[in-house]
Design a protein around this ligand. Structure first.
Ligand code: PLP
Length: 225
């Protein structure tokens, strides 16, 4: 990566603005999460300097290393698979969990978190074997089943789209997630307001924004690989 983060961010903000205009959205409602899993502490600091306030890590070890250096200078998003035995190490340091995908994880977060934790339910919209997350038809029963776990607050849905050249096919996956979010949001559940959509990565964030993404998770195009 030769470009500085500030330059990448400037370019990205232009793209976000264009995608927002195209879909008649307000670009201010889109949160950029800088995914720092591939890069050094120095590069992570550069991202914060450039104005990125939200950072994402996908492994407990990588997160802890960054957190130990950077701490509360960033808002931390845990975006990877979270093993139940790792919950106690990270849960009171991360601000948002994007990978809620099973009841055992909900129970462990509920037990270990010292206050209510904002979580996204991860959905496997494409049905690929390699992807984590619930099937779309499992999401509403799952959300209903976790009402009693008061430290788990479902703020939205998250997905990872497959790598596809076919942009219209990609768009359908994002629409499926947006439709599901709308259905849940309209239920006005106290434990699951489900207002947000965490979708869009370096190769697909423009389409994700056009389809309603509120949180985009960007590694390669922003801080580097
Ligand atoms: C790595 C990762 C990203 C960022 O991917 P890029 O293609 O580098 O932007 C986003 N979301 C999740 C869950 C990831 O693991």
């Amino acid at each position: 990566m030769t470009m500085d983060v500030a330059t990448n961010l400037q370019y990205m903000r232009r793209t976000i603005k264009q995608a927002s205009e195209k879909s008649k959205r307000n670009p201010d409602e889109i949160t950029i999460i800088g995914v720092t899993k591939y890069v050094t502490i120095e590069r992570t600091r550069e991202a914060i300097q450039a104005g990125i306030k939200n950072l994402g890590e996908n492994r407990p070890d990588g997160f802890m290393e960054k957190y130990n250096h950077i701490g509360i200078d960033a808002k931390w998003h845990f975006i990877g698979t979270l093993q139940s035995r790792k919950v106690k190490d990270v849960i009171n340091k991360v601000d948002v969990v994007h990978s809620l995908d099973r009841l055992s994880l909900v129970k462990e977060i509920n037990k270990r978190a010292t206050e209510q934790k904002d979580c996204f339910v991860q959905v496997n919209v494409s049905g690929e074997e390699s992807k984590h997350g619930l099937r779309p038809d499992e999401v509403i029963p799952f959300i209903k089943s976790i009402e009693r776990y008061e430290n788990v607050h479902v703020v939205g849905l998250m997905t990872m789209a497959p790598h596809l050249e076919d942009k219209e096919r990609l768009r359908e996956f994002f629409q499926t997630l947006a439709d599901l979010r709308n259905t849940i949001k309209h239920k006005k559940l106290a434990h699951a307001p489900c207002e947000y959509l965490s979708m869009g990565m370096s190769n697909d964030y423009e389409i994700a924004i056009e389809e309603g993404a509120t949180h985009i998770r960007i590694g390669s195009d922003l801080v580097g690989q």
